[in-house]
Design a binder for this molecule. Sequence first.
Ligand code: SF4
Length: 434
Amino acid sequence: MEIVKDVVCPFCGTLCDDIICYVENNHIVGTKNACRIGHSKFTHRDGAVRYTEPLMRENKKDDFKKVDWDTAIEKTAEILVNAKRPILYGFSATECHAHAYGMKLAEMVGGVVSNTAEVCHGPSVWALQDVGYPICTLGEVKNRADVVIYWGCNPMHAHPRHMGRYGVFARGFFRERGRSDRTLIVVDPRKTDTAKLADIHLQVEQHKDYELISAMRAVLKDFELQVDKVAGIPVELIYEAVDILKNAQFGILFFGMGVTQSKSKHRNIDNAIQLVVDLNAYTKFSLIPMRGHYNVNGFNQVCTWVSGFPLCVDYSRGYPRFNPGDTSVTDLLIRKEADAMLNIASDPGAHFPNKAVEGMAEIPLIAIEPHRTPTTELANIILPPAIAGVECEGTAYRMDGVPIELKKVIEPPEGVLSDREIMKKIIRKVKELL
Ligand code: SF4
């Protein structure tokens, strides 16, 4: 049995880089250090359908037929070139070179290109464009943080090793005792498994985070709250929490979907960013968004270098334009403006709002996807790639913006290409057709 060390987990934004994989006959038969989610990504599940050849069908009601790569790539290129408003979406579960080729392809076909941040931390991006981004790295949190807030996120379920590696339990340079050196505050309407570990659980009423943040900012600036409760929380508890934040040596605010996808969306985040800015008048405080997919951040980086904008980039006029709400893929689908879609490394069929999925069902859809998913059920063409971080290498960006090199652990199934190779082939064909 071969043992491969220092493998990077291609699942969540924690991007753990200490995984050990046990390999037998080109199969990963076991892992060490990975959480249950990471482990299941590395090991093949019995019964899971893995595509190893391109599949095509004219009509979405027909069965798929196996085709060769040349035919599938040619048809893909034709669809994209002939479309008036093509959209290219996904990208968050693949590596940065595939992103760069995706940007190039979008520019060539005059399409709109975007990633899963649209339905995730997009609102955080709109907020930081307004009011700034006082971020730090996870290493700083591990070594320095004595006050840790998880706001609207549940790392025990969604980023399982986050608290152990960085946020709470890790022993750091200035925090030698780990958990006992830190105060943990969790803000969530539910008593989640993360909240059960907190020193203070602020059980905010759903959709009332904006009020709570505003109250905390008021208390911080010595205003008196003239009510008994704000957002369902007794004001004494708010005073207590603000006192802890103010007296932190190094504080960190992690935040997730509970604030980006509830009412007020990006306004929750710009208020939270301003709370962090206000706190810096008294102490050192930072924030980090709990980015979801392991390389959702990477796409926003690449997209920004290439186009100047992080997502929702529209090349229909030949130059990049950015106007989320108008140039977002979800909105284009809901308004039935998009007339062809290429999806890569995400599963919008499972995770988009119903109206957007209806839009996907009505247009030609190409899915670059290794497994059978609700998206492939709606596809006309399936192009099966090697799995980045398992079967091919590349670069990914952790939630705090630190780039980490992904490893290739095993060979992909025979004949299967990496995402970037598939993108390159499509680009070559599109060039011929234009
Ligand atoms: S916490 Fe995230 S990156 Fe780390 S092993 Fe689990 S799924 Fe992978």
